[in-house]
Write a protein that binds this ligand. Structure first.
Ligand code: NDP
Length: 340
C-alpha cells in the first residue's frame, strides 16, 4: 500500500471552469493483483480536451464522471509489477490521470494502454507533447488532411503550443512556407526564432478579423493552401479570407469556445467559392497512424529540428490552476505538472 494523492472532478462548471470544480483526495493504492503494474507518475499532461470532458453535454467522448480521478496522460516509472512484460524501473507512458500513482492492468488494450518508452534520445516529458498525443495530432491534420506539396503555404493557430509547434517542424520538413498565429510578441518571437516558422502573427494586435486578415496577406503573399485550426472565431474568419482555391482546413480544436458559448463563422460561403475541404478529426480515432507519426516526431526531436518548450507546474495541487491557465493562454508550449 502506497500513499497516493488524487484530484477528482467534484462538480461541473457553469460557464467558465474554476478551481472549485476539483477536489484533492489523500488515498492509498490497492494491493496489486496478477498482471497489474504500479506506476509512479513523473509528469501529468494538461490538455484542452479535458475542459470538454468536464461538461455533461453530448460529445465525441463520454463526460468525465463526477467523483472520479480526472482523466489525463502521464509518464512515469514502474515501481511494482505483477506483469511479465513490465519491470520496476521501466519508463512508461499511459493514461494514469491526475494522481501520483496509478494501478494499471498491463494487458489492457485501449488508447490509454501502458507503453514502455526509450529515454535515450528523447526526454520522458516529451512523450506527453511533441512525441506523444499532441505531436501525432499535428501529424494527422497536416499529413492526412492538408497533405501539402512542397512550396505550398500552410498556417496554424495556437502556433507556440504543443500541437502548433510540432506542426511547424513537420510542415518545414515537407518544404512548406509555414506561418503561425499566436498570442503575444514573446510567443511569436519563439515561433519564428526557435521553431523556425517563416512568420508569426500576433492576433492580439488585431481588433477584428479584417485587420488580422491583412496581416496574413503580407505573411502569405501566395495565399493559404492549408490551415490547421486550433482556436476558432476571429482567427478562422481571417484565415478563410486568404485561402486559395482547393484549400484544406484541418479542424483540430476550437479552444475559443470551450467555455460553452457557440462560436460563429462570418463567411461560410468561402467554403464554396474557394472549393475548400474542411474536415474535423479526433486523433484517438486514428491509432493506425501513431507508429509512423511517432517515429517521425521522435527523429525531429532527437535531431534537434524540433525543440519543444514546456511550462511546468510543480506538484499535483497546482494542476487545477495550471489547467485554467492553459485555457487562457498562460502556458508557453506544452503544459505539464511535475509530480516528483
Ligand atoms: P496549447 O499548448 O496550444 O495551449 C492552448 C493555447 O490555445 C494557449 O496557449 C493559447 O495560445 C490558445 N488559446 C487559449 N484560449 C484561447 C482563446 N480564447 N482564443 C485564442 N487562443 C486561445 O494546447 P494544445 O497544443 O494541447 O492544443 C491545441 C488545440 O488542439 C486545442 O484546441 C485542443 O483542443 C486541440 N486538440 C485536438 C485534438 C484532436 O484530436 N482533435 C487532440 C489534441 C489537441 P495563445 O496564447 O497563442 O492564444
Amino acid at each position: 500500500m502506497t500513499e497516493n494523492q488524487q484530484i477528482v472532478l467534484d462538480n461541473r462548471p457553469q460557464g467558465e471552469a474554476t478551481t472549485s470544480n476539483f477536489k484533492l483526495l489523500h488515498t492509498q493504492t490497492p494491493e496489486l493483483k496478477d498482471n497489474e503494474v504500479l506506476v509512479r507518475h513523473h509528469y501529468l499532461s494538461l490538455d484542452p480536451y479535458m475542459r470538454g470532458r468536464m461538461n455533461e453535454s453530448k460529445s465525441y467522448a463520454v463526460p468525465q464522471p463526477l467523483g472520479e480521478v480526472m482523466i489525463g496522460a502521464t509518464v512515469g516509472e514502474v515501481v511494482e509489477s505483477r506483469h511479465p512484460k513490465f519491470n520496476p524501473g521501466d519508463k512508461v507512458v499511459g493514461m494514469g490521470g491526475w494522481q501520483l500513482y496509478s494501478l494499471v492492468d498491463g494487458n489492457a488494450i485501449s488508447n490509454g494502454m501502458l507503453r514502455k518508452v526509450d529515454t535515450t534520445h528523447v526526454s520522458l516529458s516529451y512523450y506527453l507533447g511533441a512525441v506523444g498525443m499532441p505531436g501525432v495530432t499535428a501529424w494527422y491534420g497536416l499529413v492526412k488532411i492538408i497533405n501539402p506539396k512542397a512550396g505550398e503555404t500552410v498556417t496554424v493557430s495556437a502556433a507556440s503550443g504543443a500541437v502548433g509547434s510540432a506542426y511547424g517542424a513537420l510542415a518545414k520538413a515537407r518544404g512548406c512556407r509555414v506561418v503561425g498565429i499566436a498570442g503575444g510578441k514573446d510567443k511569436c518571437d519563439y515561433v519564428v526564432n526557435e521553431l523556425g516558422f517563416d512568420a508569426c502573427i500576433d492576433y492580439k494586435e488585431h481588433k477584428d478579423y479584417i485587420s488580422l486578415s491583412k496581416a496574413l496577406r503580407e505573411a502569405c503573399p501566395n495565399g493559404i493552401d492549408g490551415h490547421f485550426e486550433n482556436v476558432g472565431g476571429m482567427v478562422l474568419d481571417a484565415v478563410m479570407l486568404r485561402t486559395n482555391a482547393f484549400a484544406r482546413i484541418a479542424v483540430c480544436g476550437m479552444i475559443a469556445g470551450y467555455d460553452g458559448a457557440p462560436i460563429g463563422m462570418t463567411n461560410p460561403a468561402l467554403i464554396l467559392v474557394n472549393r475548400m475541404r474542411v474536415e474535423g478529426f479526433i486523433v484517438s480515432e486514428h491509432m493506425e497512424v501513431w507508429p509512423e507519426a511517432l517515429q517521425e516526431l521522435g527523429n525531429l526531436v532527437g535531431s534537434g529540428k524540433l525543440r519543444p518548450r514546456e511550462t511546468v507546474a510543480q506538484g499535483l495541487a497546482a494542476a487545477p490552476e495550471a489547467f485554467l491557465g492553459l485555457l487562457k493562454g498562460k502556458n508557453f508550449g506544452k503544459q505539464l505538472v511535475k509530480l516528483i
